[in-house]
Design a protein around this ligand. Structure first.
Ligand SMILES: CC(C)[C@H](C(=O)O)[C@@H](O)C(=O)O
Ligand code: SF4
Length: 470
């Protein structure tokens, strides 16, 4: 009898081209996503050595980080961003790679675009010069970020040098309560294991709460695997996955799809397979979560208070959490619901999909964005934007005073004009609350889309389980 294997073991085994004595492997890469930030030197490397892209048809390029989210039909004002974007356009043309420009309606954040186009499929190895490539693991694909020199290696050879990681199981049982979302699950997991908890592991998420999630929710979970230290997260594909894939532009069709599905059905962890680490969480007990510090592990229930770092035994951690509170301008004991916000950002590859925008819009009713609060919605892609407009969500947002923008990474990391001013406090649906992440001295609180929308209207965090929409 063959040894029971995890989902990660199976995908890994299916892609190993060569194994060295020390365990270093050469892995075949099925899909390579490329964006403007981490690719220029990789293409330059190819040019200098006279090499081509090995499999241009397995490579897809899209601009996302540097694009403005205001009207861009007249070009990009910022010279650095304009150059960055133009460089990717030129490289894609020169090397024969399919490219979605800022004017293409398929353009968006790379991790939203891949799944949306059916480019991301179960059982594949997927890489991108971007840490949030873990998002694609929601399809049961082994997907992770790579560095620029690796981008060059994959472009040239369609392979990657890798050592196998350990297996970790994150079991989330129970039924998610009303008002609590995939974002709260993953924030709770990171709060539990810490930002280094997944280091050296590939995390597989399983259990009733994960199974009940839509593909959008699963992507939110896998997206933040990297914030928990794991380079990749995985969720076994099932009927929800197959239904999402069906009919997508680049997905297999007809008989090819049937054959693919029968293979995809084998992509699950075998009974009795070994995990090196197991973490369990009960979804039924989860509240809506808000981060209070400058690390994604600094999580607290919306019903809680800003914690007191003096309660932490370890001196280094205590000091660093005090520093975080100082940066955030918060005092221990303050009720989370008493913290006012200046800015609300709804978007990013964590929470910029259609379901996220629906959840945010559903909080609004006849409400208006609180005076003095600046709120913006940045759809994750042009297709998300179109879908939202077809459903009239843009009207709901605009009537309430939210700005309705063009797709891109935007204020998730402030590489374009969308930035916090020093000292501004933001309720954000993105994935990183590091110092300066959304702008110099900007203060970020990570929340779900529904929590962000309610904060925009109330002007402070609210427990959306008790939210009476205006
Ligand atoms: C710019 C890019 C390399 C970076 C990443 O790798 O994640 C960015 O997308 C981010 O979210 O910080
Ligand atoms: S939306 Fe944010 S996290 Fe996602 S790729 Fe862009 S910058 Fe990175």
């Amino acid at each position: 009898m063959t040894k029971p294997r995890t989902l990660y073991d199976k995908i890994w085994d299916d892609h190993v081209v060569d194994t060295q004595e020390d365990g270093t492997c050469l892995l075949y890469i099925d899909r390579h996503l490329v964006h403007e930030v981490t690719s220029p030197q990789a293409f330059e490397g190819l040019r200098m050595t006279g090499r081509k892209v090995r499999r241009p048809e397995k490579t897809l390029a899209v601009v996302d980080h540097n694009v403005p989210t205001t009207d861009r039909s007249q070009g990009i004002d910022d010279p650095e961003s304009a150059l960055q974007v133009q460089t990717l356009a030129d490289n894609a043309a020169e090397f024969g790679i399919e490219y979605y420009s800022e004017l293409d309606h398929r353009q968006g954040v790379v991790h939203i675009v891949g799944p949306e186009q059916g480019f991301t499929l179960p059982g594949m190895t997927i890489v991108c010069g971007d840490s949030h490539t873990s998002t694609h693991g929601a399809f049961g694909a082994l997907a992770h970020g790579i560095g620029t020199s690796e981008v060059e290696h994959v472009l040239a050879t369609q392979t990657l040098i890798q050592k196998k990681a350990k297996n970790m199981l994150v079991q989330v049982d129970g039924k998610l309560p009303e008002g609590v979302t995939a974002k709260d699950i993953i924030l709770a997991i990171i709060g539990e294991i810490g930002t280094a908890g997944g280091t050296g592991y590939v995390m597989e998420y399983a259990g009733e709460a994960i199974r009940s999630l839509s593909m959008e929710g699963r992507m939110t979970i896998c997206n933040m695997s990297i914030e928990g230290g794991a380079r990749a997260g995985l969720i076994a594909p099932d009927e929800t996955t197959f239904a999402y894939i069906q009919g997508r532009q680049k997905a297999p069709k007809g008989e090819a799809l049937e054959r693919a599905i029968s293979y995809w059905k084998t992509l699950h962890t075998d009974e009795g397979a070994h995990f090196d680490k197991v973490v369990k969480l009960d979804a039924a007990n989860l509240p809506p979560i808000v981060t209070w510090g400058s690390s994604p592990e600094d999580v607290i229930s919306v019903t809680g208070v800003v914690p007191n770092p003096d309660d932490i035994a370890d001196e280094n951690t205590r000091k660093s959490k005090w520093r975080a509170l100082e940066y955030m301008g918060l005092t221990p004991g303050t009720k989370m619901t008493d913290i006012p916000v200046d800015v609300v950002f709804i978007g990013s590859c964590t929470n910029g999909r259609i379901e996220d925008l629906r959840a945010a819009a559903a909080m609004i009713g006849n409400g208006k964005v609180k005076d003095g609060v600046k709120a913006m919605v940045v759809p994750g892609s042009g297709l998300v934007k179109e879908q939202a407009e077809a459903e009239g969500l843009d009207k709901v947002f605009k009537a309430a005073g939210f700005e309705w923008r063009e797709p891109g990474c935007s204020m998730c990391l402030a590489m374009n004009a969308d930035k916090l001013q020093p000292g501004e406090r933001c309720a954000s649906t993105s994935n990183r609350n590091f110092e300066g992440r959304q702008g110099f001295k900007g203060r970020t609180h990570l929340v779900s889309p529904a929590m962000a929308a309610a904060a925009a209207i109330a002007g402070h965090f609210v427990d959306i389980r008790e939210w009476q929409k205006p």
